[in-house]
Ligand binder design. Sequence first.
Ligand code: KG4
Ligand code: ZN
Length: 358
Amino acid sequence: MLVLGIESSCDETAAAVVRDGHEVLSSVISSQIKLHSAYGGVIPELAAREHLKNIQPVVTTALRESGFDMKALDGVAITSHPGLIPALLVGNAYAKGLAAASGKPIIGINHFQGHLYGAFLEQPELLDNPENYPILGVVVSGGHTALVLLPIDGKARILGTTLDDAAGEALDKAAKILNLGYPGGPIIDRLAREGDEKRYDFPRGLVGGGGKPVPPEHKFDFSFSGVKTALLYQVRERTLSEQELRDVVASYQAAVMGVLVSKATAAAQETRARLICLCGGVACNSYLRRKFQEACEETGRRLILTPPKYCTDNAAMIGGLGYHYIRNGLTDGLDMPVGARLPASLGVFPFARNAFRE
Ligand code: KG4
Ligand code: ZN
């Protein structure tokens, strides 16, 4: 089965053709980073205009590179939520037009679920092995920071999420404060390698530090607004030397990533997760990957580090995931809405081994 995936939820216009959910025949990404870097963040209206310009060539290229045309495809999968509404609308209108004109089914995909699926895109055997369940997904991107538990029946449950900024947002905002450029994550990743993470003591949110116990209902939640404010106070009205800057960045990164590792490890322990899966744009971070590796070696838990090309936004994860819906006869109508937020209930993730099996 061949599915065309389309992604336009933020600042990447992407299209991919995926065979049987796992074989990526083409994956084309047009990034708008240069456009938004002048503003230090994504401007939704500008993103929408850029998607409008790029979507046709991106989809055409993805189809050409796959060697198939619309006639040969079995369906279209499009990110319908969550994301920036103006950006989503462009991709969804285009995908609907394509589906209607070709008479193919369409399925709206949850982008958050797509990020988790990215980890398994080229490794279907991991999903097939009952011993890997339950899986703990650590989804860390510019829009999300969440721990999600995926049991073998696919009935996914969010264990914790961020109460304010996402981890990627915390990095991007720090880079803005420090005038480092956009997006901040990769720049901080690079600079921190030459810094001393122990030089500055940045606060870690919701870990019970400073005599403030964590309310039980927030034990797996995150908060990154405190660390960002601490950074602002640390550097305001100061000129940092090159080395100080690297040390600040390394210490800040360690504070953000440290909480991700410790909470994910605790959640895996409590839920007896067999496999931890790190995904989303921030999962590209070399420090975070190393820290997760160390933690999982210590606790003897299996770890899946998503390949960097499937960490950041792409359409292969959307097309691959779409296959699992279409195969189960789950498709949407042309009146399908777009949504800004993650729904309260995630429903059944169709790629889990026993999803939809009684
Ligand atoms: O998944 P993604 O492409 O888009 C969203 O769905 O948000 O993630 C983008 C985020 C940005 O915040 C970016 O700074 C961060 O991923 N990022 C990184 C790295 N590469 C991208 N963060 C830390 N280290 C990196 N190497
Ligand atoms: Zn994303």
